[in-house]
Design a protein around this ligand. Sequence first.
Ligand SMILES: Cc1cc2nc3c(=O)[nH]c(=O)nc-3n(C[C@H](O)[C@H](O)[C@H](O)COP(=O)(O)O)c2cc1C
Length: 307
Amino acid sequence: MWRDWVRPIVRPLPQWSTVAIAPSSQGVTATLHWDGKSADVTQDHTVASLKPLLIATSVDAGHHAVLEYCDSVTGTTLGVLRLVRATFIAVEGTPLFLYRIAAGQHRCLHWPRRAWNAWLQNRLMLKSRAPHHLAMEPAAVQQLMIAYLCPRPVVLVSVGAPDHQNIFPMDLIGPLGRSGLFSLALRSTNVSQPVMRDVRRVVLSSVPAAMKSVVYKLSEHHKQALMDWSALSLPVRLSQQFGIPAVAEALRIQELRIVQSQEIGSHTFFLCRIVSDENLATGTQLHHTAGFYQAYRRRRNRAFAEV
Ligand SMILES: Cc1cc2nc3c(=O)[nH]c(=O)nc-3n(C[C@H](O)[C@H](O)[C@H](O)COP(=O)(O)O)c2cc1C
């Protein structure tokens, strides 16, 4: 059909694809390279802040490093981020290294479509940017999409305090493997941010892909706390030790103790220890990945199931 070849010329790919993936079967490996050394950081790098865009890892990769994302089946490079050390923080005596992104490029689309698609995406971002909104620069969003070559699982975060309860979705989360820490990057304007810093505990529910619309609806609670747990339209179960309501249909429920939190740019970076980890069901979990990576997989008849 003529539309199939005209569409990429006039319309950009979606920035993000919402996909269904079985936990731990994402198929992308992340490797840090520096000074002739390298380390697998697939389970040891997360986003610490969006503005500025910072990547955290517990690997000391020197002052300049390259983060390479590869297809773990074929070994093909999908994209790279060039990193420059911004700072480091110590958490319970363990150093974590924060890198800003100097440049990035993906290889999911061939040139010239790669450049043209980025231009169309950037133009759309600038056009739809609300005035005074704390939006990221288009170049930083392009770099963030490269970081999403490793599909990011979506969880619902429950917060419970005597006079405050809430549940909202997050995907800027993940393990910092070598340190044993687990991080969450939450916009500092989130209504529960001060409560989380105070009570120092949260519960994560890994949500099945089929729950996408419920999960997206709950993003309103980034700004507005939940009035009452009974006001929630989905069934809950109490977490094992904290007794905080979590999603009854979750694939997995993890209780996290927050050991440190720190405002970094636009976000508060929470460093946590896992207190309990219940695997409750099998099935596909809601994930986000870059639209250009889904297009890459689609060309190879390996597209993730979209939800
Ligand atoms: C699936 C999903 C995951 C999200 N993950 C995060 C996150 O990890 N950190 C965060 O600060 N906000 C997260 N958000 C919230 C949004 O980025 C945004 O802050 C919120 O919806 C308010 O939007 P606005 O301030 O742009 O109107 C998430 C939202 C959705 C729907």
